[in-house]
Design a protein around this ligand. Sequence first.
Ligand code: DC
Length: 230
Amino acid sequence: METASSAVIVAIDGPSGTGKSSTSKAVAAKLGLRYLDTGAQYRAITWWMVAHGVDIDDPEAIATAADKPTIVSGTDPLAPTITVDGTDVAGPIRTKDVTSKVSAVSAVPEVRTRITELQRSIAAQAEGGIVVEGRDIGTTVLPDADLKIFLTASAEARAARRSGELKGKEAADLAATKEALIKRDAADLGRKTSPLAKADDAVEVDTTDLTLEQVIECVVTLVEEKRAGT
Ligand code: DC
């Protein structure tokens, strides 16, 4: 991919609960790269739709509104930020309500076009390189990325990790977490426009039996090998 000097573009895809965000942030911080959480952008546009009373069950209404919100992502891996029309939405985009609606909103082609353009322009401006995490980065957003990683893990491991991130009552219900996660994966895998998929040239890393530190180390090594041209 065309980037300045030794800039490296790393695409990390996979379903939820595979440790994608923690891994991507840590790898970017260790290697002095920028970091982009594309799931946060889809959550942000979903938050805006809900806040503006757009009917989530109406893809046409979502499509019409898709270019209205201004979404800005801060790409410091140690302190990533996300705002919509100038409002900090880092907290509100993680609610159960937004999580349950994000797959429907992100399946609308006009939403994907809008967010994909944003992602490409952020990656192109990232001096020194960037780690971009999501579902379709290696296949659609940045098909010329220097390195593509696809993280996987068993549904049990993913639900347990997600449950650990939630607080109080939500965390207690592991079965419900697993069910919600499987439902969201199925929607993300099954949508027509750029579904969750492993690129043919991606390196697959099964994180089921690995600690977060082991996954980070594995990805750092892969990036360093790439940079060294091995
Ligand atoms: O990574 P996450 O769980 O925060 O992502 C939230 C949702 O956003 C996910 O269910 C599907 C959607 N998404 C997407 O469609 N494409 C991406 N590149 C990233 C996320």
